[in-house]
Design a protein around this ligand. Structure first.
Ligand SMILES: C[S@@+](CC[C@H](N)C(=O)[O-])C[C@H]1O[C@@H](n2cnc3c(N)ncnc32)[C@H](O)[C@@H]1O
Length: 205
């Protein structure tokens, strides 16, 4: 693992632990109810792992080795079995219809092509399965959305691909999911361009 990747993973962890108080409850709502065979895409350092309650098993795919190394430690503290694998959201190394639930947690902002990641999620889900997502998104307020558009490129450059102006809910619907639960809210304490968040569930149509 490169030194820069290790530094990034450590930094991501440190910042996330600082935001635990505001993010923790959303993470719990995201995965606490995730049931059956669960795939978490781009699991990062595994911050969601200790909050799974109903999953029979979680398979967590994460392409970055330094992130995976940290996630491995958290996997041991989970209440449900967690298996870590390397893997790209755009080409999931799993058979069709092999999961009951797919979880995206602050990851559809970072993958190069969210529509591809969502198509893959749909493919690996059983009919009637759920995509659960917790993401920061493009604002519904035109003023802020304009700032998100203007700053998207520099923000992405310094934040490893994180794109602040994606219309993720629309992308979920276009990928063949019926959105059955959706909440929009602002996350306090973060820069305004990444404040608008969504927490939702899409059912595989
Ligand atoms: C902002 S972090 C979120 C990590 C974690 N899901 C969380 O909730 O803290 C974005 C994650 O997406 C991962 N990622 C980036 N591109 C990816 C891809 N093509 N496929 C899967 N994961 C990817 C990154 O390695 C990183 O771990």
């Amino acid at each position: 693992v490169g030194r820069w990747a290790r530094v990034w993973a450590a930094g991501y962890d440190a910042v996330s632990v600082r935001f635990e108080r505001v993010q923790g409850p959303h993470r719990r709502r995201l995965v606490g109810e995730a049931a059956g065979e669960v795939l978490e895409v781009g699991a990062g350092t595994g911050l969601n792992f200790p909050r799974y309650e109903r999953a029979r098993r979680v398979v967590a795919c994460e392409p970055d080795e330094a992130m995976r190394a940290r996630a491995r430690r958290r996997a041991r503290r989970a209440r449900v079995p967690v298996a870590l694998v390397a893997g790209d959201a755009g080409r999931l190394p799993f058979a069709d219809a092999s999961f009951d639930t797919v979880v995206f947690s602050l990851v559809l902002c970072s993958v190069p092509r969210p529509e591809e990641a969502l198509a893959e999620a749909r493919r690996v889900l059983r009919p009637g399965g759920e995509a659960r997502f917790y993401e920061h998104v493009r604002s519904e307020r035109p003023g802020l959305a304009r700032w998100q558009d203007l700053l998207a490129r520099p923000w992405r450059t310094v934040n490893r691909g994180c794109t602040p102006n994606r219309e993720t809910v629309g992308a979920v619907e276009r990928a063949g999911f019926r959105v059955v639960e959706l909440e929009r809210f602002e996350l306090p304490g973060v820069p305004p361009i990444v404040r608008p968040h969504v927490l939702g569930v899409g059912r595989r149509a």
